[in-house]
Design a protein around this ligand. Structure first.
Ligand code: SF4
Length: 289
């Protein structure tokens, strides 16, 4: 595979073939994100992407999942994505699922008809960063969209029958907006009703603008105990129909998982256990983003 720069994927795509269709992220302005700071955003030539697929197929590894990267690969022209997915199904006969990173802006480049076409040609799941449901936090971190706008983008994916996996970042509003971040995120997520919610915890990287904000005292990082307070508010106020919750990312202090709404009490119990030290906490030096 011809990877350019570092290639990232969601934890749940650990066993997938990672296919790099774009380099970097077309937005690349979120103040907490260090992932693509060294890369100028560009689309890779379609011929190169298809050649990568052929090369991967020659290894005869029984891939069941394909994940299309980088940061907001959904921004590729629809016909190119269709060609990639058709080729993937042809050369990887055991393929069961195709996933992609989507940003709010990349979803807005697609009409409803195009989203349905992508689903028809094999796009099963899209990963979308909400990061926070609080507009003050979203503005502070330069997400480039309001919570309601991201909600509408997410609903369009769902209407096209594409599974929706959303990420939220614990501590993104600092101590200053802990309550608002948790409550407003719970509200927006309840309306959005995603299929999956992946929780990350803010972990500073020195190259990011948010690092400077913390250094200058404009944002106060959450302590592990604050993280539990925030999570407790979030879980209590989440009202979804059928959502898998996971905090298994390397940035989190505690790995929690459950299906909501049925596991709400169980998750709240896990938070209590974590608070009383009965649940193992990831050491600071082992955390990563
Ligand atoms: S949209 Fe995603 S990949 Fe792009 S800068 Fe923001 S967090 Fe990073």
């Amino acid at each position: 595979m011809n990877y350019v720069g570092a290639v990232y994927r969601p934890p749940s795509e650990a066993r997938s073939l990672i296919l790099q269709a774009t380099v970097g992220c077309s937005h690349n302005r979120c103040t907490f994100c260090h992932m693509y700071k060294d890369d100028n955003f560009r689309l890779k030539p379609l011929a190169d992407i298809l050649a990568d697929l052929e090369q991967a197929a020659r290894h005869r590894y029984p891939y069941k999942r394909l994940f299309i990267a980088d940061g907001d690969a959904l921004i590729m022209p629809t016909q190119s994505l269709v060609a990639i997915m058709e080729k993937a199904k042809q050369v990887l006969p055991l393929l069961e699922r195709i996933g992609i990173y989507a940003s709010p802006i990349s979803i807005r480049t697609k009409s409803d008809e195009e989203l349905r076409l992508l689903k028809k040609h094999g796009l099963d799941i899209a990963y979308l960063g909400l990061e926070s449901g609080d507009d003050v936090v979203l503005k502070q971190v330069c997400k480039g969209s309001t919570a309601k706008e991201i909600l509408r983008d997410a609903q369009r994916l769902k209407t096209a029958d594409i599974l929706l996996s959303v990420t939220l970042i614990s501590g993104l509003g600092g101590k200053e907006r802990l309550k608002e971040h948790a409550l407003h995120s719970a509200q927006i997520l309840s309306e959005m009703d995603p299929d999956y919610l992946g929780l990350l915890t803010l972990h500073l990287s020195k190259e990011t603008p948010i690092f400077k904000e913390v250094q200058e005292g404009r944002l106060t990082l959450l302590s592990p105990s604050d993280v539990l307070d925030e999570l407790d508010i979030l879980i209590r106020h989440l009202h979804v129909s059928n959502m898998v919750f996971r905090s298994n990312h390397a940035s989190n202090y505690w790995a929690l998982s459950g299906d909501l709404p049925q596991d709400k009490e169980l998750l709240l119990e896990e938070i209590k256990k974590a608070r009383s030290g009965l649940k193992e906490r990831r050491s600071e030096w082992m955390r990563a983003l």
